[in-house]
Design a binder for this molecule. Sequence first.
Ligand SMILES: Cc1cc2nc3c(=O)[nH]c(=O)nc-3n(C[C@H](O)[C@H](O)[C@H](O)COP(=O)(O)OP(=O)(O)OC[C@H]3O[C@@H](n4cnc5c(N)ncnc54)[C@H](O)[C@@H]3O)c2cc1C
Length: 495
Amino acid sequence: MSVKRRQVLKGALSLSALSLSYPLLKPAAGFAAEKTTAVVIGGGLSGLNCALLLSDFGIDVILLEGSDRVGGRAHTADGVETRPEYGASEVGRSYARAIDLCSRLDIRLLPDIRSLLPMSNYVEGTWVRSGDWADSPVNRMADNERELPPLMVGMGLLSRLNPLINLDDWLSPEFAAYDISMRELFLNNGVSEAALRLAGVPLDLRVTSSLGMMQERTRTLFDANFGRTQTQAADTPFGLAATREEGEETFPVRTIEGGTSRLPEAMAAALGDRVRLGKVVAEIDMSGSDAEIRCLDGSRYSADFVVSAMPFTTLRNISVSPGFSGRQAEAVLTLGYRGTTRAWGVVEEPYWEDDGLEPSFFTDETIQTLVVLDKLPGEDTHRCSVIFTGPSAARIDQMPDDQALALIESEIARIRPSTKGRMRFVDLYGWRKNPLIQGCRHLFGPGQISRFAREMIVPHHRLHFAGEHTRRMDFGMEAALESGERAAFEILQRA
Ligand SMILES: Cc1cc2nc3c(=O)[nH]c(=O)nc-3n(C[C@H](O)[C@H](O)[C@H](O)COP(=O)(O)OP(=O)(O)OC[C@H]3O[C@@H](n4cnc5c(N)ncnc54)[C@H](O)[C@@H]3O)c2cc1C
């Protein structure tokens, strides 16, 4: 057998083994199909933007959303004390589509003036204030690594090695050599073991493509510097230092008045009865003259075009015929997703006045990061949030929510006794547990960008692809909107 044939067979075997581990959804026996020109599956920002654009251009469109609300990962927890954002909250200054949509839909953007209170570090069982970190004996990193705060070690080191300049450089074969794990990149560049250990707390370095993270970093820097002159340009980590230069008109980060959910809700309202909730799509059959889309509740839709605006975590559970092949099949089945789990609470008394440490903290133990937010005028309490990402999110997600909250409270009290009785948690949300999303965001593994980042969004028969994971130049909510726009224009060219 030739090597080529053996490789093809090996690939086919591993793909079929993978598909076996994802049981396909089975629709109930159905009603007559409702006919339309385009069906968009998924009511997150990408699907909504795609449907809105198609309808603006006179295309008959139906949007099917599996859950009982639109917005997907834009989700304001309206009924919860302090109204946390489970997902997106920050609108960057260069988010042209999001800003334009807000203005069209009469949604106000407000400057994000609630700043994070400074962060101490609890590393190897020892407390170190931020100002003492660089010279602390607990800081075992080498030379110029030492100045990096523990939470920022991974992204700080990656920034120093990032060669990308333009927003689409990550797709250029010129930079394929960076499509290796962050661990390999750091080892190749002499990063110390101590830095590797700290960088691995918020991010699993072995399964994360350096090039994928460089794309995000490049987009973040673009946002931080957008509209600034060369002299003002700042290397500000987006979302962690929402500072405004003196005399600047635009805030780096804004939020949506009343919560992020107001944007997808307004988009859905503009689409009216073309948005159908509670429609979990189970099959996309393109073997006939039209595409037929079948839902778990038995409803069926027939369309000339279909848009998958759902993450690959759920697309891989849907029966699609003709099936995907080659690298596109590999992408749908293997693209990685990362979890983020957060707990929200209130600080009823400033415990930091007792122990002299800074209010927020990072640890290399179970509680990865606790951030405390500044009070706004008229507020009695500070808001706080524990954030688990990467390996720590995987661990906490294995527990039922009530046990996870109890563990969070007891761990914080154990490592920082001054917090006892002064902090109260009100809610917890883990994106990996959302059955229709199953992760906070996609994360290319080493080698995956070179293998399938271009191929994975090529239309498959009548099926087009949107969703933040199909981004080209953007990040976060803007990536979702960008992808919906691209899919809509692909269809407009064919319709
Ligand atoms: C914790 C967190 C914080 C974030 N912070 C920010 C931020 O501050 N700023 C920023 O710009 N971005 C942020 N983001 C990213 C942003 O939220 C996402 O990029 C964006 O909302 C993704 O939109 P989407 O349409 O691609 O996917 P989603 O929002 O996931 O939408 C997919 C939709 O498809 C539906 N669906 C899935 N399967 C099916 C099916 N079989 N049938 C029917 N429907 C189905 C799902 O229910 C879901 O509604 C954050 C994300 C998270 C999770």
